[in-house]
Design a protein around this ligand. Structure first.
Ligand code: DGT
Ligand code: CA
Length: 358
């Protein structure tokens, strides 16, 4: 019982969450190269903007042309911010599945065979609840595919977007996959699609029925076997990508400022929240950072590495305060501020170390 979760128009959706006025207009997340005012490419866009032909990878100038005369918003990409949302979503998923394998900032496979008892009805209900939880906690929608293997789940999550849920029962796998163009299959890039086309293989069904020897005439043996299995809905199991290596929280300040007290006060709830998370997970951390995002959206951090792992709130607040103090000495006004902890160790191992140290 495998799921694939993909957050919808992720970067643009985060921008909508932070500024709900954007929900009704085209939103374009841009990677400005800085060479001239509009040079750079589109990272992603919301569905309103996609309706006007705005896509990932097109030049910003072209996107502006396509949205000419429309009330649209062009925002600079802010990966640190998207990372914080992603961490929070993945945390929610982790708590509700057996194993999670994160494959990108906005997507992950998960296995819920044990938690659902292998029953598709139960699993479907669990996935519905998961989508609701993510929406309630982060205001983000996602699309999920549920199936018997990763390749099928991945195709299923892509089947209905945004806010989709597609369940492919084991006896429907062939029907679901066979008519789909082969380039939609996980792992098939434009080059291999071209090679397969030479053999007359256009759909996943063609690939599933093809002789492996024919495939090895244009592709490597290993890849041929992978593809043939994948086309038949067979894939590797979900392998854990492990616990998060860092946890962070970022807040947007009420106004741009470098006043230390003002920033620290607004950061307070985020520190409390992060501390709660650290406790829940039973973790200790050795590295702690204050993050400042300036008005030009550049990011500055100050990090402290501790001699001994820590998890207590008072120390956390004190250190963040020190780091923040050092940070604002070197910057202009901050627009957003945050905190990050990393280099985790588990509480249990640490308590014995603490005992040892007396
Ligand atoms: P969707 O189709 O609703 O899942 O839309 P996205 O925007 O989530 O698209 P996806 O899942 O392919 O990519 C996840 C994020 O990765 C996306 O929000 C922005 C970023 N991204 C995707 N393609 C590009 C690209 O060509 N350039 C850059 N800079 N970023 C990209
Ligand atoms: Ca996505």
């Amino acid at each position: 019982m495998v799921g694939h979760l993909d957050l919808d128009y992720f970067y643009a959706q985060v921008e909508e969450v932070e500024n709900p006025d954007l929900r009704d207009i085209p939103v374009v997340v841009c990677v400005f190269s800085g060479r001239s005012e509009n040079s750079g490419v589109v990272s992603t866009a919301n569905y309103k903007a996609r309706g006007f032909g705005v896509r990932s990878g097109i030049p910003i100038t072209l996107a502006k042309k396509r949205l000419d005369g429309k009330e649209a918003k062009f925002v600079p990409m802010d990966r640190e911010k998207y990372r914080a949302y992603s961490d929070q979503v993945m945390d929610i998923v982790k708590d509700r599945v057996d194993v999670i394998e994160q494959t990108g900032i906005d997507e992950a496979f998960f296995d819920i065979t044990k938690k659902s008892g292998g029953d598709y009805h139960v699993a479907t209900e669990m996935v519905v609840a998961l989508k609701q939880k993510i929406f309630q906690a982060e205001k983000l929608s996602c699309s999920i595919g549920l199936a018997s293997s990763k390749v099928v789940a991945k195709l299923a999550s892509d089947f209905k977007k945004p806010d989709g849920l597609t369940v492919v029962l084991p006896n429907k796998v062939h029907e679901f996959m066979y008519g789909t163009p082969v380039e939609k299959l996980y792992g098939v890039g434009p080059k291999s699609a071209e090679a397969l086309k030479e053999l007359g293989i256009l759909t996943i069904g063609d690939l599933a029925r093809a002789d492996i020897d024919r495939l090895t005439s244009v592709l490597s043996h290993k890849f041929s076997i992978y593809l043939h299995n994948a086309a038949n809905g067979i894939d590797e199991p979900v392998t854990s990508t492990g616990e998060a290596k860092q946890l962070s929280r970022i807040v947007t300040l009420k106004r741009n400022t470098k006043n230390m007290e003002e920033v620290f006060e607004q950061l307070g709830p985020a520190i409390d929240d992060l501390h709660k998370k650290v406790l829940e997970k039973g973790l200790f951390f050795r590295s702690i950072s204050a993050i400042g995002i300036l008005t030009d959206l550049s990011i500055r951090t100050k990090t402290k590495t501790l001699d001994a792992p820590l998890s207590n709130l008072i120390s956390m607040r004190k250190i963040v305060r020190e780091l923040l103090f050092a940070l604002v000495q070197e910057t202009g006004d901050l627009r957003r501020a945050g905190i990050r902890v990393s280099e985790f160790s588990e509480a249990k191992a640490q308590s014995s170390l603490a005992e040892f140290l007396g």
